[in-house]
Design a protein around this ligand. Structure first.
Ligand SMILES: [Ca+2]
Ligand SMILES: [Ca+2]
Ligand SMILES: [Ca+2]
Ligand SMILES: [Ca+2]
Length: 292
């Protein structure tokens, strides 16, 4: 009896080890569900927002001030980020096509005196991106152009809440920006890189961006005469995934939106009266009407 047990044991251990290895490799490669991860991230972000503040007193004037986020000391009378944050709920589609609501927290440190970009415009921004650990993973002290249509959902939705300021040209030809909007955007990984690892950013990282919006350009990605934000056919505020002719090219990137072989630019306004044409008066403009 004893002999048998002795013989069995090594097999048992080998089996256990194999099983363990299998489990490890499986859990490494299964992408988490948005609906699970958003709950984890929400508790990380609530904790972060409650325990941090920023230099809000510095934003009462028009000078070029950087956002500085600091840990709140115990018994501090300063406002926390949570005290000051507004909330925007943004849906992300999971693997089954269901919408999962994600919270974007945003703080407008300075309003900005001019106008706001759409979520698909090109923006000229200075920014810093941080992890909840406080580690900075990207910093642009001098502004760069970014196409919001190609940027992180949380970044895009946040920056579209900011307003630009005014700018003037100095005698040496440089442009000076003043009274532009400054904001802080804090969002879960589902509005960021989610399972992807990006330079300096581990997978499933909630992100914090502080952004200064200098100026922006309206964008018409497919140059068809319809601004990208107006290629939002279902009117849900986002032109992403709007695809009139079902050719899997979203209208904002599709130069023939109704797939009738006539380019949108050539049937948008044939008589140049600045009114979009609807030849058969069926309420569907020609560029979205395959019958016309
Ligand atoms: Ca839409
Ligand atoms: Ca188009
Ligand atoms: Ca067409
Ligand atoms: Ca047409």
């Amino acid at each position: 009896m004893k002999k048998k047990l002795f013989l069995l044991l090594p097999f048992f251990f080998i089996f256990l080890q194999c099983k363990k290895d299998d489990d490890t490799s499986e859990s490494e490669y299964v992408i988490r569900e948005y609906s699970d991860q958003v709950i984890l991230d929400q508790s990380i972000l609530e904790e972060y927002l409650q325990t941090h503040t920023y230099n809000y007193e510095d934003f009462n004037n028009n000078s070029n001030i950087d956002v500085k986020i600091n840990k709140l000391s115990d018994n501090s009378s300063r406002q926390s980020l949570l005290d000051m944050a507004s909330l925007k709920s943004i849906n992300v589609k999971d693997s089954n096509g269901n919408d999962v609501a994600h919270n974007l927290y945003y703080i407008i440190a300075r309003e900005g005196s001019n106008t706001s970009p759409s979520i698909v415009d090109s923006v000229y921004v200075a920014y810093e991106g941080k992890l909840t650990s406080g580690e900075s993973f990207d910093k642009r002290k001098f502004p760069v152009w970014i196409d919001l249509a190609n940027s992180l959902k949380g970044f895009r939705e946040g920056v579209s809440e900011l307003k630009t300021g005014v700018y003037s040209e100095n005698s040496n030809g440089t442009i000076e920006y003043n009274s532009f909007g400054v904001g802080i955007f804090i969002f879960p990984s589902g509005l960021g890189y989610f399972e992807n690892i990006s330079s300096g950013i581990p997978e499933y990282s909630p992100l914090i961006f502080s952004v200064k919006l200098m100026t922006y350009n309206d964008t018409d990605h497919d140059n068809d005469g319809v601004l990208s934000i107006f290629e939002d056919i279902d009117g849900d505020g986002s032109p992403f995934e709007d695809d009139s002719d079902g050719d899997r090219i979203w209208n904002m990137y599709d130069s023939d939106d109704d797939g009738d072989g006539i380019l949108t630019i050539n049937e948008l306004d044939k008589n140049n009266d600045t009114i979009i044409d609807d030849t058969d008066n069926d309420g569907i403009p020609d560029y979205l009407d395959p019958d016309n």
